[in-house]
Design a protein around this ligand. Structure first.
Ligand code: SME
Length: 181
């Protein structure tokens, strides 16, 4: 059940990155909270592609750990991931998006589900500042073609602007960014 009630019925399969961002922008302008916008982004992305079997956001914290935020799919043991570990942590450590066409060939892969065959991690970043990442698992090999990657990157870019505005609004003078509303 979506936190957005009937609005999920408007989410069709194969939404482009632009369409998803347009819908998110509509929610933002209607005053939806930061947390609800993150959940909506996960929901819209997940519903956009039948090959997305697990879709979530990991947020990067100052202690160099990724913490699981909103997600759709099977529960995972990997609620906290240290930077440098797994595909997710490696993406942050190496400051790059990672597309793994066959997870059985990735030595650093942290298994979430035995059904997962491929994984995509797209950083939510502004320049050198990494806020979070979108992590998507698929039960199909090589599930993420260039147009799919571009779609997820588009949503990640929109989320990066959201994070930047949110952090700017919640940062205390001289202190670290707060996750409090
Ligand atoms: N496979 C990830 C861990 C997260 S789960 O897929 C949700 C990794 O290797 O970092």
């Amino acid at each position: 059940m979506s936190v957005f009630g009937n609005r999920t019925s408007m989410v069709g399969l194969a939404s482009s990155g632009e369409q998803i961002c347009h819908r998110l922008e509509g929610l933002r302008k209607r005053g939806e909270s930061f947390e609800n916008l993150l959940s909506a982004a996960v929901e819209y992305l997940h519903n956009s592609n039948s090959r997305f079997h697990w879709t979530g956001i990991y947020e990067l914290f100052p202690d160099n750990f990724l913490r699981l935020g909103p997600f759709i799919g099977a529960p995972t043991d990997h609620v906290f991931i240290c930077v440098g570990q797994g595909v997710c942590g490696t993406a942050v450590a190496e400051e790059r998006n990672i597309n793994v066409p066959d997870v059985s060939k990735a030595a650093n892969y942290l298994p979430c589900s035995s059904a997962t065959k491929s994984e995509l991690v797209i950083l939510i970043r502004k320049g050198s500042t990494i806020f979070a990442q979108i992590d998507i698992d698929s039960h199909e090999l090589n599930a993420f073609d260039p147009s799919t990657v571009a779609q997820v990157e588009k949503v990640a870019d929109w989320l990066a602007t959201l994070y930047q505005q949110h952090r700017g609004a919640t940062r205390t003078i001289g202190g670290p960014a707060s996750s409090e509303p």
